[in-house]
Design a protein around this ligand. Structure first.
Ligand code: SF4
Ligand code: SF4
Length: 292
């Protein structure tokens, strides 16, 4: 975590068990209502394999910074083919076949184990660009997004961490977390003040929500749930949240005009101002429950 003097007072991650549940919709609209209230806000799109918050916020990108990850580089003249590098790599990103070393860059997490263990110093660390961070301004707030190069999925967690490290001083930082519950999502959600889990009231939504809840509990971050398309299913999500003592922060109705605004790339609170109080209420509940 960065220096407390320059980091945001409150970091809120908006996450979901899987993609397509409305996570980005919630993140961008929360950022807009927070900025409209006069808070200094940063919105960070950490969905680095498919960032799409920019479609809605239409930020003016002012700065682009490449993100490099150290990758092993082999000096074949020094290699004896002992195989220690392949044995130590827990990601199977390096193999030693018949005494010949083969490196699979796209699986490499840049952990450094192989070049540290190589007894011949045949491996060195070579920085390679695996993505970018773009930042700029939109709708009265600072916008940051990370983007991983195609085919560099193993680089997602470091890029998420780089986006988070670039968050400066503000009242509130909202992180649009990657979908799912794997390493990139954990990198986005870990050490935040609150996690807002977005789900749908369907059996699939509930299944993914239960997995996401377990992950967030492991990270020991307070959480709440936003139910999107709240009137399409049944009340099992509500009953689950009541049983697990997880607050429901708000319910976004299944509404044709919301769907149309989304498909046009419009912000709900701007295209349909009657829904602004809903997002203001979600933000107020998050602020009351969050750890700063
Ligand atoms: S740096 Fe780590 S992940 Fe990459 S090849 Fe070496 S041991 Fe494997
Ligand atoms: S550990 Fe070093 S010497 Fe041994 S196979 Fe790997 S690169 Fe070659």
């Amino acid at each position: 975590m960065s220096d407390p003097a320059v980091r945001p007072a409150l970091v809120v991650a908006v996450a979901s068990g899987k993609g397509g549940t409305g996570k980005t919709t919630v993140a961008v609209n929360l950022a807009v209502v927070a900025a409209a209230r006069g808070l200094r806000v940063q919105l960070a799109d950490c969905d680095v394999e498919e960032p799409n918050a920019q479609i809605f916020v239409k930020a003016r990108i002012e700065e682009t910074t490449p993100v490099a990850l150290a990758r092993p580089k082999l000096d074949a003249a020094l290699c004896t083919g002992c195989g220690k590098c392949a044995a130590v790599c827990e990601f199977n990103a390096i193999a030693c076949i018949n005494g010949r070393v083969v490196i699979f860059d796209e699986l490499c997490h840049g952990c450094g184990a192989c070049w540290l263990i190589c007894p011949e110093n045949a491996l060195t660390d070579e920085p390679r660009n695996v993505g970018v961070i773009e930042s700029g301004s939109a709708n009265g707030f600072r916008f940051i997004q990370g983007r991983v190069e195609i085919g560099e999925a193993a680089a997602s967690p470091p890029i998420v961490r780089a986006v988070r490290a670039s968050l400066g001083k503000s009242d509130l930082a909202i992180i649009d977390a990657p979908p799912g519950t794997t390493c990139p999502m954990v990198a986005a959600v870990n050490e935040t003040g609150f996690v807002c889990l977005v789900t749908e009231p369907t059996p699939f939504g509930l299944h993914d929500l239960t997995i996401a809840v377990e992950t967030v509990r492991e990270l020991d971050v307070p959480m709440g749930v936003v139910i999107n398309r709240a009137d399409i299913g049944d009340d099992r999500v509500q009953r689950y949240c009541a049983d697990e003592r997880i607050p429901i922060l708000g319910e976004i109705p299944h509404n044709l005009r919301i769907a149309q605004a989304y498909s046009r790339g419009d912000l709900i609170v701007e295209a349909l101002p009657e829904f602004a109080p809903l997002f203001k209420g979600i933000l107020a509940r998050i602020e009351r429950a969050a750890v700063r």
